[in-house]
Design a protein around this ligand. Sequence first.
Ligand code: ATP
Ligand code: MG
Length: 380
Amino acid sequence: MRVLIYGAGQLAKMMYLAGAPLGIQVQAVDVASGKILDPETKQPMQLSIAEAIEEADYLSVEFEHVPEALLHEAELSGKLLPSMRAILTGADRIREKTLLDKLDIANSPYHVITKVEQLDQAIEELGEQLIIKSSRDGYDGYGQWRLQSKEQLAELKDALSSLNLQKVPLIAEKMIPFEREVSMVAVRSRDGSMSFYPLAENLHYRGQLHVSVAPALKVSEELQKQAEQAATKLGDELDYVGVLAVEFFQVGEQLLVNEIAPRVHNSGHWTQQGADTCQFENHLRAICDLPVGDTSATRCAAMVNIIGVSGFNRDMLRIPGCHLHWYRKEAREKRKMGHINLCASSYEELGNAMLALSEYLPIAQFPKLKSSVQQLLKKQ
Ligand code: ATP
Ligand code: MG
């Protein structure tokens, strides 16, 4: 079987690796150049997009910001899963919010901003602490501005004045004083049945995911169910096939959706070592109409993103349950270079492994690692 993935980064590569034992061959489209690449080596293949589409059994995406013309071509082949509608919903915060509201799924209150003057009304209705997000092309905290108080409004308006808001509007969201962030990674099969991984708890730094722990501690059955219900409503409405991720803010016992991702997700990387079947394999299984594998966690797991670090000693592999996934990319500030999965049979052991890991790493670049032991694990 052959699957063509739009996007040729680490997510495509991890799908490639997960597909190999199943005999599923994964190729990737570099959406900037339109070239077909080997996802592992990044070497171009002597194949046009049209030929690759023709040869593929299924098409899918590793990220939602695929140019619409390419998505159109993919959709026309009848092989694209999830559908173009699902992908575009995840790619545009206004579409996403509109769908959440339509389905009555709780999410953070917002205003659509097509002129900077509308920020005044947003402040009046949502309060002066706002997070302003570009409705398209944002990721890892890019395309976001924070307003802490009214005094910063003039400066913010100035910063936004060069943007074409008629073309790409913004959304102004109320800053949510959440207790924590959790995410749901779900898999939906062709027949509409859904499987759910346990919720992961996520720690962000400057708008970017740094550490996930799964299963998240202190998750009541009710909370897990809320997350599953939100994913199910979205999956059913979009007639979704594949892995769907939903990020939430937890406020008391209520979950508010932050955003959805129509693809495998960074907060699901722990499943590579911490679950029976990882998210990458299950995405391929779902789109290729194969039975979806067990999504239960087999151990406690932590995923630590390696961000902006060009390379380091691999001695940390001495830590029991430590696994490195290195993407072989050129280092840039804020760029995700790889991740480390740590697994253990108890949270206490996991905490110790995280502390041990911090001894091996350039700690300034892992500002959330030590504190995450306190924040994520000392809750029992
Ligand atoms: P990523 O690609 O890492 O998911 P993103 O650029 O798509 O990030 P968001 O997920 O919307 O952007 O925001 C990034 C982070 O900023 C969130 O995980 C959260 O920590 C913080 N954040 C976003 N929106 C809000 C909000 N309304 N209130 C409080 N914090 C927020
Ligand atoms: Mg996010």
